[in-house]
Design a protein around this ligand. Sequence first.
Ligand SMILES: *Cc1c(COP(=O)(O)O)cnc(C)c1O
Length: 396
Amino acid sequence: MLPGDVARKEEGVVDRHCLMIPGPTPVPVRAALAGAAPMINHRGPEFGALLREVTEGLQRILMTRNTVLLFPAAGTGAMEAVAANLVAPGERVLVAVAGEFGARFAEIMRVAGADVRTLDFEWGTAVEPAAVARALEEDPSIGMVVVTHNETSTGVTMDLAGIRRAIPRDDVLLVADAISSVGAIELRPDEWGVDVVVGASQKGLMTPPGLAMVALSPRAWEKAGRTRCRSVYWDFAAARRFLEQPTPQTPYTPAVSLLYALRESLRMLEAEGLENVFRRHAVLARAVRAGVRALGLRTLAGEDCASSTVTAVVLPDGVEGKKLLGLLRQKYGVVLAGGQGRLAGRIFRIGHVGQVNWQDVVVTLAALEMACRDLGLEVERGRAVAAAEEVLGAEG
Ligand SMILES: *Cc1c(COP(=O)(O)O)cnc(C)c1O
């Protein structure tokens, strides 16, 4: 047992741990305290000002002029909302699947009655724009392409701009699940031609879980207008109507406290500057990957498509994921994530997204190194941190 470790936390002596999962992410104290503000009337002027500030802030973070709608929900709810508003039963939708979250979007579309075609890529690799182009050329009836911007299950970021360029027809809607990239990885929907962006509060936006968001291009609104929405709660047109009133509102009771928290987190992101936020994530991700490799471990994703928010690490032979993660949590107070779907038991994942800094990365790598030694891997002390320092030092 180490001094000040998580066991002391369980005794109530220490109230923090190193939470390095790809969401929910640590919430800044400022945002957490803001969420404790007294309740207000959700039909009053104070709420109107709050909703306006948050939606305008999100437009800047998302680099879009498109309307951003907010719903109290997990991110998956907003994925389902896209299906309910933009896809009529029987319509053909192409879903690029390169991991668990791509597979989830395909399932959501299927359940909504879409005629889903999946384009499958090896998990750990990126969606190839040329393959998307071929699929669309072969099948002119496809009206929508769905891509996971940052595939959290594999630690891969997709080239959304390249995918849009490869789409041969302007009338094809491009939908991006950006839940684990919003506020952390560059995303320019207007410039890149992404019609629908889905986000959530609990990852790069450093806010507790429970808020989902959708930004829709004029082309997407046009499609929504031609499609009968099969949901009352998720009706985009109703949400926009309420938002555009002189005093902005939501059709149903909003998550007021989460909006207070999100407003604070957005202010923090803007104070840091979006470019700096993206760069911080990219540099810390490189430091993590360098540290992991210095331990003799392999990252699942290649360097060319590796994510800035999450690193998937292949478990070495003979090391059981559950055991490694348990040791890290119990002995070293560092919480990492396991693999999902077909990658369960084959990888573990290090989240480095949201309110994350170089100290977190150094502690995580040191803990990982010690845990690997505990499990009998031959690892020289200090290697992982030294490799991370090389990356960090070059930045300072
Ligand atoms: C986290 C995540 C989701 C799911 O979000 P929930 O809030 O758990 O529904 C979907 N897609 C991606 C890429 C994610 O990282």
